[in-house]
Design a protein around this ligand. Structure first.
Ligand code: AMP
Ligand code: ZN
Length: 138
């Protein structure tokens, strides 16, 4: 399944070039064209799915199968101390390309790649109430 309007489907089809890192039947990994750290790599399913929850279990399994190996190679190649895996889902969450993808972002102490983590505390009882609503949906 591919989407003719999708830039990542065009990369999978070979119509747009990429710096390929890894490929198997299910997955393609390539260098991000606008890195936020050296080695920033994207891992995508070859089939078009918009968001993570829309992926088939086979695709999710295929990504799980190789992402650890790709991460290890990226981190070792750029000699990073750490990494983030980021998957933006939906425009409000910062997803610009509507073909699901995992960012592998190598990190080092003090690199300032991400700003403050905006943590806050729930009101009394609010976490229990939201947790119950989520459990009902599972
Ligand atoms: P997101 O905001 O999570 O949708 O991220 C989309 C990512 O795709 C960005 O980090 C872009 O730099 C990257 N990107 C867009 N077009 C290309 C391309 N042709 N080759 C490689 N990476 C791309
Ligand atoms: Zn696509």
């Amino acid at each position: 399944m591919s989407n003719s309007d999708c830039i990542f489907c065009s990369i999978v089809a070979g119509n747009i070039p990429c710096i390929r890192i890894f490929e198997d039947e299910v997955v393609l990994a390539f260098m991000d064209i606008g890195p936020i750290s050296d080695g920033h790599t994207l891992v995508i399913p070859k089939a078009h799915f918009g968001r993570l929850h829309e992926c088939s279990t086979e695709v999710l399994a295929g990504i799980s199968n190789c992402i650890g190996r790709i991460v290890q190679a990226v981190v070792e190649a750029v000699d990073a101390e750490a990494y983030n895996i980021l998957c933006n889902n939906g425009a409000a969450a910062g997803q610009l390309v509507e073909h699901v993808h995992f960012h592998i972002i190598p990190r080092n102490s003090g690199d300032g790649v991400f700003g403050r983590w905006p943590a806050y505390k729930y009101q009394e009882g609010q976490a229990e109430e939201i947790g119950a609503r989520i459990r009902e949906k599972i």
